[in-house]
Design a protein. Structure first.
Length: 147
């Protein structure tokens, strides 16, 4: 069960962020779901549409959009601030090209002034770091591409 101070802190975290939804579950199974109201101003503006332009038959059709990337990722298990290293000025836990073993710490996510070490769930190689140090991350957001 969450106490009122924790709930107020969650609300403040949501209000002060660019997130629209915050959903958390603690080790006791208690869950909280918060959602910002979407206050959108409606502005009347003319809608302009253009007819699609077709390439002449003699030219080849343009290539399709970039292929869907089905690479595996390590995702954020919680909402918080991403830290690549254990302290400012220290070497990051991982970087592109580094091999990690299951259980190795790959980063820290700070949530509610609590530092949470995020560990690799399998033996893998870090292909790309997708988040900048100090950046706010959302639940489920990809942090690293792995193979």
């Amino acid at each position: 069960m969450y106490n009122i101070d924790e709930i107020k802190e969650f609300i403040k975290l949501l209000e002060d962020s660019s997130l629209s939804v915050l959903e958390l579950e603690n080790e006791n199974g208690s869950r909280i779901y918060l959602e910002k109201s979407q206050q959108t101003a409606s502005v009347a503006a003319p809608v302009v549409t253009a007819a699609p332009v077709q390439a002449p038959a003699s030219e080849p059709a343009p290539a399709a959009a970039a292929p869907v990337d089905d690479a595996k990722t390590i995702n954020a298990p919680i909402v918080g601030v991403f830290y690549a290293a254990s302290a400012p000025g220290k070497e990051p836990y991982v970087s592109a090209g580094k091999r990690v073993s299951k259980g190795d710490t790959v980063c820290i996510i700070e949530a509610m002034k609590c530092m949470n070490e995020i560990q690799a769930e399998e033996n893998c190689e870090i292909v790309e770091v997708l988040v900048n140090d100090g950046e706010l991350v959302e639940f489920g957001q990809p942090l690293f591409k792995i193979r």
